[in-house]
Design a protein around this ligand. Structure first.
Ligand SMILES: NC(=O)c1ccc[n+]([C@@H]2O[C@H](COP(=O)([O-])OP(=O)(O)OC[C@H]3O[C@@H](n4cnc5c(N)ncnc54)[C@H](OP(=O)(O)O)[C@@H]3O)[C@@H](O)[C@H]2O)c1
Length: 279
């Protein structure tokens, strides 16, 4: 199997390098080799590697910055996946793509299922939804995995930010009224490799089992690292940010389990694994 991976230096992309390598011949590109906003070069790169599977782990993920850089977010999160989908359709390749709980508004009082109507409340979510729709509308064979609250041992993420701040500050104040499932980049990459074997396709939710708030997650991170810095629970209103966030980010992942037997471990287990892997 020939695999083309984009976003090789991102949180998920980095773990995919390891998880996908045993599956076949892997070509992995980062931003330095290929800017996804360059549609001509993107098409050339796909055609040159002639993949059976394209795994798109590149994305514009700066949620707050996206509010004032809508065009850039849409170019990477909707334009580029659209081009990859056209190329996948042309060649018959499978396109694996990641999306987000932020396509939902968070008003549902229960975990979101795949059939729930998206209604993004920020520019990042809108750009990711546009990417999903470009792929689904292209007629290519695709696997879209919506995940949530991604963190891991490297990259820009909440986990590493909390560890840094806990060492710098006397106390932390963290939002306690947004609920979701922190999902490790390692677990996402492993599940992706598992799903490539049977050639799964369609739209699926993929996040760690269980739920917590950002505050609960922060306390667990610090506790796992042996840090005693107090973490105070605050409300979303007390932490103004350019982008609105959904209150409920929970994804129901039972369809993935029913169809392919793939389910991620509880978020606490993912955190324990990342804590061991972190530098
Ligand atoms: N992070 C989360 O909390 C979260 C939550 C739900 C879903 N997701 C989705 O999960 C997937 C993986 O996210 P992640 O957390 O691994 O993201 P990440 O760590 O931000 O990695 C994204 C990668 O994409 C690259 N990239 C951005 N713009 C590019 C461009 N124009 N050309 C080429 N490469 C470009 C980045 O390169 P640079 O480093 O050079 O910018 C980075 O290496 C994405 O689809 C994301 O939307 C993420």
């Amino acid at each position: 199997m020939r695999i083309l991976l984009t976003g090789r230096n991102g949180q998920v992309g980095w773990e995919l390098l390891k998880a996908l390598a045993p599956l076949g011949e892997l070509t992995a590109l980062g931003r330095a080799e290929l800017d996804l906003r360059d549609a001509v070069r993107l098409r050339e790169a796909v055609r040159a590697s002639n993949p059976d599977v394209i795994v798109n782990a590149a994305a514009y993920t700066a949620v707050d910055k996206a509010e004032s850089a809508r065009e850039a977010a849409f170019a990477v999160n909707a334009g580029a996946p659209g081009v990859l989908a056209e190329e996948a359709k042309r060649s018959g390749a499978l396109l694996v793509h990641y999306s987000t709980d932020y396509v939902f508004d968070g008003a549902k009082p229960a975990p979101y299922v795949e059939e729930d109507e998206p209604n993004p409340i920020n520019a990042y979510g809108a750009s990711k939804l546009a990417g999903e729709r470009a792929i689904a509308g292209s007629g290519c064979r695709y696997l879209i995995l919506r995940t949530s609250w991604v963190y891991g041992p490297r990259g820009a993420n909440f986990y590493l930010t909390m560890l840094r701040l806990a060492r710098e500050r006397a106390e932390l104040r963290v939002v306690d009224d947004q609920v979701g499932a922190p999902t490790s980049s390692l677990a996402i990459a492993r599940a992706t490799a598992q799903l490539l074997r049977p050639g799964a396709h369609g739209l699926y939710h993929l996040s760690a089992a269980g739920k917590t708030s950002w505050c609960g997650f922060a306390r667990a991170i610090l506790s796992g690292a042996g840090l005693a810095t107090p973490v105070l629970a605050i409300r979303t209103e007390d932490y103004p940010a350019p982008a609105k966030r959904p209150r409920n980010s929970r994804l129901d992942c039972s369809r993935l389990h029913a169809d392919f037997g793939v389910a991620l471990a509880p978020w606490e287990e993912g955190l324990a694994e990342v804590t061991l892997a972190a530098p």
